[in-house]
Design a protein around this ligand. Structure first.
Ligand code: PBG
Length: 308
């Protein structure tokens, strides 16, 4: 009766990694319980998410081949585009979100066009537009740009409106820090930068106020949901963002945060279920309305009393 924070299955979004082919389900070494999967298995995941009551998933694509400009990101029959269509056909009620970013598709692993050894923010925008549009055409319910290039929310919003996708919202990775907690994800998405790092476009972990500036810019450009990422080392930022803006706040409980729990639990050093619930509750308590987490299915099983 007096509990001040409650976690609900409705708050969860489950990330999935799609690969080309059929019949493929490969566990990601550094993320036990998470898989790279072909579209047929991704559809089975969507069915399971539905039965657990998880309302939404977010898709990350790992293409067959990568090139300098990440052209596989906006192919009509690309991995993500195919997965969207298949999920929507099999589980129409599932809310399908897509990650809009170039890093999974570029040979150099950066989130944008590289010129003279540097990521060119402005030239990247046209690629992100093409990627977002191709997801919308395939039937995505929401797009989530994660690259942190300046101006991309406005550019994508304009393009979606112009092409007849006025009703598709944008969840922007508004305050995304240059974090070592993304390590396991880069294994999963095969997207580690081949040179340098992402510090020219992601934020310095030491900066708190800058997050408010980044969020305000994305809202001005038309973001519908604003995200803070990672979650656990940035609970103060989540709290600030929640207090300063009225839009729904999402937080990404990232790969490294997940893998550390899995590893420690395997060693018998912590109680996995309790640590998981404590972490998710803390993210909610800090102010997140929505949590993207690889724990979504496990947490849902506990919340639904379906734990086996
Ligand atoms: C970039 C992207 C990243 C994550 C989500 N989108 C990695 C990065 O910026 O290097 C990380 C998610 C995670 O660690 O779980 N497309």
């Amino acid at each position: 009766m007096v509990r001040q924070t409650s976690l609900s299955v409705d708050n969860l979004i489950y990330p999935l990694f799609v690969v080309p082919g059929i019949g493929i389900k490969r566990e990601i070494g550094s993320m036990p319980g998470c898989f790279q999967q072909s579209v047929d298995f991704i559809v089975q995941e969507a069915v399971e998410l539905r039965s657990l009551g998880i309302p939404a998933l977010i898709l990350f694509g790992i293409p067959d081949s990568k090139d300098e400009t990440g052209s596989a990101a906006f192919k009509e029959d690309g991995v993500v585009q195919s997965a969207i269509r298949a999920i929507k056909e099999a589980v129409p009620g599932m809310f399908v979100i897509t990650d809009v970013c170039m890093c999974e598709y570029t040979s150099h692993g950066h989130c944008g066009i590289v010129e003279k050894g540097e990521v060119d923010n402005d030239k990247t925008l046209s690629l992100l537009i093409q990627e977002a549009l191709s997801h919308a055409r395939a039937g995505a319910d929401m797009v989530a740009p994660s690259d942190m290039m300046d101006g991309r929310v406005g550019a994508i919003r304009n393009a979606l409106d112009r092409e007849g996708f006025k009703g598709i919202p944008i969840m922007s990775y508004a305050a995304k820090y240059a974090s070592a907690f993304y390590g396991p994800f880069r294994d999963a998405a095969e997207s580690a930068p081949q040179f340098g790092d992402r510090r020219s476009y992601q934020m310095d972990p030491a900066n708190r106020k800058e997050a408010l500036k980044e969020v305000a810019l994305d809202i001005e450009e038309g973001a519908d949901i604003i995200m803070v990422k990672p979650a656990l080392s940035y609970l103060d930022v989540i709290s600030d963002v929640k207090a300063s803006f009225v839009l729904p706040v999402a937080a990404y409980n990232v790969s490294g945060e997940y893998s550390m729990v899995k590893a420690a639990a395997r060693l018998g050093w912590i109680d996995e279920q309790r640590v998981m619930m404590e972490m998710l509750t803390s993210i909610k308590r800090a102010g997140a309305d929505i949590i993207l987490t690889y724990f979504a299915k496990d947490a849902a099983r506990l919340l639904n009393n379906q734990w086996k």
